[in-house]
Write a protein that binds this ligand. Structure first.
Ligand SMILES: Nc1ncnc2c1ncn2[C@@H]1O[C@H](COP(=O)(O)OP(=O)(O)OP(=O)(O)O)[C@@H](O)[C@H]1O
Length: 262
């Protein structure tokens, strides 16, 4: 087996006396979709943000995170920027928060390629347009010139996915990336992510509250409780195979959780 794209080992996180993560272990290999589920506050987002060193300075971290074999917690700022630029992309729940409201879609889409990767703007534009088409946006030239407020939430999330893919990451961290979308748009966006993943052999860490979605969409699923990974199951076996009492409780509470999140 090849080395995982993301390997989190014994990761612990504290803010002062508050212990947020306790010896978290998880891995994502190329081509794999790995779910991370657990109730609100269990530490899912903190795990992802810690993996990218996107935490406030008050955070104290122990353990190790390797992305593409590189030691994220040990590298200097320069190498950290290179890991973030080359290896990984983060997609969050709110596309409006991810896009600058006063910049055109096209500029948001191409700026990392031009500014971080030094591509010529004409090449960046070509790639941006190709990706808009790939994520199912019609008339990409027209959309390129528009501003975020002119697009629906579903369309914007497609733009965010396209923007995440511009720099050809190997690993996608999707933190409730489809949770704010209506069911039909969610299904479309998930299908696009799956296509892109298969085409590029991306590894995806997929954080979700939705256990049915995790079971259907993920190859493997980690279950978190109060900052710890309590169980790891295959997606297909999530509902039938859970042995941890908390996982069982979480699964039994599914209708309630789904109502709360809609
Ligand atoms: N900057 C911070 N300072 C102190 N505590 C924090 C900070 N950020 C997060 N926390 C705490 O860490 C815990 C885990 O939060 P986190 O957002 O990782 O959970 P989550 O599982 O992603 O929840 P949700 O699904 O609601 O986003 C929570 O108790 C939260 O209050």
């Amino acid at each position: 087996m090849t080395a995982p794209l993301l390997e989190i080992s014994d990761l612990s996180l504290r803010y002062g006396d508050a212990k947020i993560l306790n010896r978290v272990n998880l891995a994502v290999a190329a081509g794999e979709t790995v779910g991370l589920v657990g109730e609100s506050g269990s530490g899912k987002s903190s795990t992802v943000r810690a993996a990218l060193r996107l935490l406030p300075t008050s955070a104290s971290l122990e353990g190790s995170v390797r992305i593409g074999g590189r030691d994220v917690l040990g590298v200097d700022e320069r190498e950290l920027r290179s890991i973030r630029a080359d290896e990984v992309a983060l997609i969050q729940q709110d596309p409006r928060g991810a896009l600058n409201p006063v910049r055109r879609i096209g500029d948001s889409l191409t700026e990392r390629l031009v500014r971080v990767h030094g591509e010529r703007s004409v090449d960046a534009k070509r790639r941006g347009l190709e990706l808009l088409e790939a994520v199912g946006i019609s008339r990409p030239e027209h959309r390129f010139r528009q501003y975020p407020h002119e697009l629906s939430g579903g369309m914007l999330q497609r733009v965010v996915i396209a923007a995440a893919l511009t720099t050809r990451p190997k690993l996608l961290l999707a933190d409730e990336a489809t949770s704010a979308l209506d069911v039909t748009t969610q299904a479309e966006v998930l299908a696009i992510l799956r296509d892109q993943q298969q085409e590029r052999g991306l590894g995806v860490l997929f954080i979700t509250h939705d256990l049915h979605l995790a079971a259907a969409y993920c190859d493997r699923v980690y279950v978190m409780l109060r900052g710890e990974v309590v169980e790891e199951l295959s997606g297909a076996n999530l509902f039938a195979g859970a042995s941890d009492p908390y996982t069982r409780l979480l699964l039994e509470a599914v209708p309630t959780i789904r109502e709360e999140t809609t």
